[in-house]
Design a protein around this ligand. Structure first.
Ligand code: BGC
Length: 252
């Protein structure tokens, strides 16, 4: 952990790249978040420049703090491996090596849902929970994090389970609800199918539902009939930044 108990979290999203220093004792931002629009095309080089820009703005206060960066794709040993909803140029891009060339900070990169899962596990809706916690983010796609007794099993990618002949996220993500104009009731039917399938395969102890639409969870969670408790995320759009910062500090 950094000496001051501070690490920086950077969340790379489709419309914005957001970063903040995180107080790891409190699990909250230590200063206001900075947001810069995601550059058109969101190529790896351009996104890395924006990340470096955000980090440099915090350098006065947090010179060599570890940095955790969230990526909306699979990440193994610092390299991005998949690009379901991002530019294909990210595939096989070593984002950690590239950021090391730009920045004098220790850097880790982590899947966005995994980061949110860690954030909720240590500071939010799943805090202290034992057994298997599955966090799902319902957004453009479906991201998933599997955490067993506090240990993350990274890159679970359960949003891409095949369900009724479809990639599950194409039917049950929030983008499907918006794109197809589904009512809450209709969408809940799809979520029921998705979460029942996850239940049958993995027997989790808790589901945590994240993503922007988790703010409206009262519209659809009460419609679901599952044996597993299912609760909305608590950290809202801070979960990824906080979780990535936590992982960066642990990795040091
Ligand atoms: C990607 C995941 C990501 C999720 C949410 C999916 O399409 O495959 O890696 O976590 O979207 O961004």
């Amino acid at each position: 952990m950094s000496e001051s108990g501070i690490a920086l979290g950077i969340d790379v999203g489709g419309s914005g790249i957001k970063g903040a220093p995180v107080d790891l004792d409190r699990g909250n931002f230590a200063a206001d978040r900075i947001r810069i629009d995601t550059p058109d095309g969101a190529t790896p080089d351009d996104v890395c420049k924006v990340i470096a820009d955000i980090v440099e703005r915090f350098d006065g206060a947090h010179g060599h703090a570890p940095i955790g960066v969230t990526i909306p794709g699979v990440v193994t040993r610092g390299t991005v491996r998949s690009a379901a909803n991002i530019d294909p140029a990210w595939i096989d891009f070593d984002v950690v090596a590239h950021l090391h060339e730009l920045l004098d900070h220790p850097v880790v990169a982590v899947n966005d849902a995994d980061a949110a899962g860690i954030g909720e596990m240590y500071y939010g809706a799943a805090k202290g929970h034992e057994g298997l916690v599955i966090l799902t983010t319902l957004g453009t796609g479906i991201g998933t994090a599997l955490i067993h007794d506090g240990v993350l099993i990274p890159n679970s990618e359960l949003g891409h389970l095949e369900l009724d002949g479809h990639d599950a996220e194409s039917r049950a993500a929030n983008a499907a609800r918006e794109g197809e104009g589904l009512s809450w009731d209709e969408w809940a039917g799809r979520l029921q199918r998705y979460y029942s399938h996850l239940e049958a395969l993995l027997w989790p102890d808790l589901f945590v539902v994240g993503g922007g639409v988790s703010k409206k969870s009262d519209r659809y969670l009460p419609l679901l009939d599952l044996r597993t408790p299912i609760v909305p995320a608590q950290l809202e759009n801070r979960a990824g930044i906080i979780g990535a910062a936590h992982l960066a500090a642990q990795h040091r």
